[in-house]
Design a protein around this ligand. Structure first.
Ligand SMILES: *Cc1c(COP(=O)(O)O)cnc(C)c1O
Ligand code: SF4
Length: 374
């Protein structure tokens, strides 16, 4: 296998995101030009593609180790037969998003903020995607009438302060479409913050063009969250995309998913987090993998995440540590899962364990007049 013979890898159009998008690897016949695949693997992949399509940008494919099936980039992008194993408690819609959807394409779970799903299309289809039920349709942008209905809902619901534009990947939309959506939202007085959730900086960093950042900058306050899972994704290209976003005055956060055999140990997560803060990206959430259908092979034990959090706290800068959360099955929202630092707590004192395991006591306040606990 010599991936340098793969023609797109030397294309003069490499830095053009539309070219990257058009030339995505979507079929086994293309994939086998880039990585080594056995006959059995090829058959397995074809089987998986009946349920959830494959698309890998040439850029992201170029990061894959061509011969190692355990490559953390490859494992996020290339289907395996494990995807056909569906466990009894796995669900189409594990977060019950449809139940919290007052109008199509809006998920309103928390009082002051909504998810606005503007497209079902992504530049790469992550094998561990939570929204496999909806994501993966090409030309998946919602219609103008659907945008109108969603914007109307936001406009008439005055407690919505924060709109999170998500999908699919919103940054697969052309600038003009994105601009129209953002400007509609900016026209609503009570919408203070607009957020965009996108994996583009990781899988198609050339999408972050000067035109795009200028468009976003005109509509501040805009925040972006992206989705790096492994330090190997922090390439010169992706680091540059992050820098361009941050230089446009956009606070950039990262949401990672804890994935079995990809990043489920302290060293790998630590390297990722330190690389992110060096790139001026603030780690935001570390997610326990959801219960979507066919992703059971990616799930880790909850204890693994707690142990990683325990090892991180105190050992790296506070702003490099994300919050570890489980998005509660059934639609309960994100629940923070923390190592246990409180050993005991009563009216008189709190006994705590620090990151090294040493015990400390903090006395509770007392009523100074009566000299008793408050
Ligand atoms: C995650 C999520 C949000 C945003 O939550 P934050 O904790 O504010 O980042 C909003 N709505 C839904 C349905 C979500 O799943
Ligand atoms: S970019 Fe996000 S929505 Fe798209 S496939 Fe990956 S995880 Fe799913």
């Amino acid at each position: 296998m010599d991936a340098s013979l793969y023609k797109p890898y030397s294309s003069p159009d490499w830095t053009d995101w539309k070219w990257q998008f058009r030339n995505r690897i979507t079929r086994v016949e293309e994939l086998e030009k880039v990585i080594t695949l056995s006959e059995a693997e090829k058959a397995d992949i074809s089987r998986c593609l009946k349920t959830f399509r494959m698309a890998i940008t040439p850029y992201y494919a170029s990061l894959m180790d061509p011969t190692d099936p355990a490559c953390p980039i490859r494992m996020q992008a290339v289907p395996t037969i494990n995807e056909t194993r569906v466990l009894p408690y796995e669900m189409e819609d594990p977060l019950n998003e449809e139940c919290s959807s007052p109008v199509p394409n809006i998920v309103h779970r928390y009082p002051d903020r909504v998810l606005f799903l503007v497209t079902r299309q992504c530049s790469m289809y992550c094998r561990h995607c939570t929204r496999r039920r909806v994501v993966g349709e090409e030309d998946g942008a919602i219609t103008i009438a659907e945008v109108d209905a969603a914007v109307d809902y936001i406009a008439r619901t005055s407690q919505i302060r924060d709109v999170l534009i998500s999908g699919g990947d919103p940054l697969t939309l052309p600038d003009a479409v994105l601009e129209r959506i953002i400007e509609r939202l900016r026209g609503i007085d009570h919408v203070e913050v607009i957020r965009i959730g996108t994996r583009v900086p990781v899988v198609m960093p050339m999408r972050i063009t000067p035109e795009l950042t200028a468009l976003l900058k005109k509509n501040h306050p805009i925040w972006i969250n992206t989705h790096f899972n492994h330090a190997r994704e922090l390439t010169p290209e992706s680091v540059k995309a992050c820098a361009d976003i941050v230089d446009a005055g956009i606070p950039l956060g990262n949401q990672s998913v804890l994935l079995r055999n990809i990043n489920d140990n302290t060293e790998t997560i630590k390297e990722l987090l330190l690389g992110l803060v060096k790139a001026r990206v603030r780690p935001y959430y570390l997610y326990q993998c959801d219960l979507s259908r066919g992703i059971g092979h990616f799930r880790t034990k909850v204890e693994t995440g707690i142990e990683i959090m325990q090892n991180l706290t105190g050992s790296i800068s506070g702003f490099a540590v994300p919050r570890f959360v489980i998005d509660a099955p059934g639609g309960g929202g994100k629940i923070p899962i923390n190592p246990e630092y409180i050993v005991s707590m009563d009216d008189k004192e709190v006994v705590m364990r620090n990151y090294k395991g040493d015990l400390y006591t903090y006395p509770q306040p007392i009523d100074l007049q009566k000299n008793v606990p408050t």
